[in-house]
Write a protein that binds this ligand. Sequence first.
Ligand code: SAM
Length: 218
Amino acid sequence: MAGRREPPDSLDFFPTPPWATRALTDALEKMVEPKLNLRVAWDPAAGEGHMVGPLNEAFSYCVASDVFDYGRGYDVVDFLDPALSISLVDWIITNPPFNTAMQFALRGLAFAREGVALLVRTSWISSTGRFRDLFNPHPPTYIWQFSERCAIVKGRFDPDASTATDYCWVIWLKGERTRGGVDFRWIPPGAKQRFTRPDDAARYGVLADAPLLDGAPA
Ligand SMILES: C[S@@+](CC[C@H](N)C(=O)[O-])C[C@H]1O[C@@H](n2cnc3c(N)ncnc32)[C@H](O)[C@@H]1O
């Protein structure tokens, strides 16, 4: 196994199982009317790219950056740096660090032209502070709740992990697509099996090497 860079605990590095991102992009493609044109996405907290890979399967292109250099060749950018100025992208999609997820949502809404999608623990949608500062002024368009468990573990993708924590996608569509209230749906059972690919464990699992630390081409 080649070297991997370990981020500080405070950065909350919890890689997303690839199937959970494919469940999002499948729903974005099939459930939203009028149809979306999935062009450029940005994962601004990309970690080792566990979301970037599946996003590149559905979008024309996915930009990737993170505040920590995981050796994947992504730009090192603090998404919460007040001085950060970027040209707009269509979508901002990530699994944000828990403690700053609301700031990620607000920055995402400022930077994204078409929409923002955040994978969060379902308990994140309750809180008086988030109601006041995020959900009331910026009601999400959709909440897509996983009906089966999506196991997210610290520092690695383990296809066999289990969890007692519930997760959902919180999605804001911008502009004319904005609706009056949130549309809550369930991602039906079977998504894990349906959206897991045979090479996911090898490609994204704990033994996957960090290409730049390996001397291999990026
Ligand atoms: C839960 S992990 C998600 C990683 C990846 N998006 C995925 O889903 O596999 C959170 C990531 O946020 C990054 N992060 C934490 N604070 C950040 C900041 N201020 N700006 C950019 N990235 C940050 C961490 O380094 C970590 O990679």
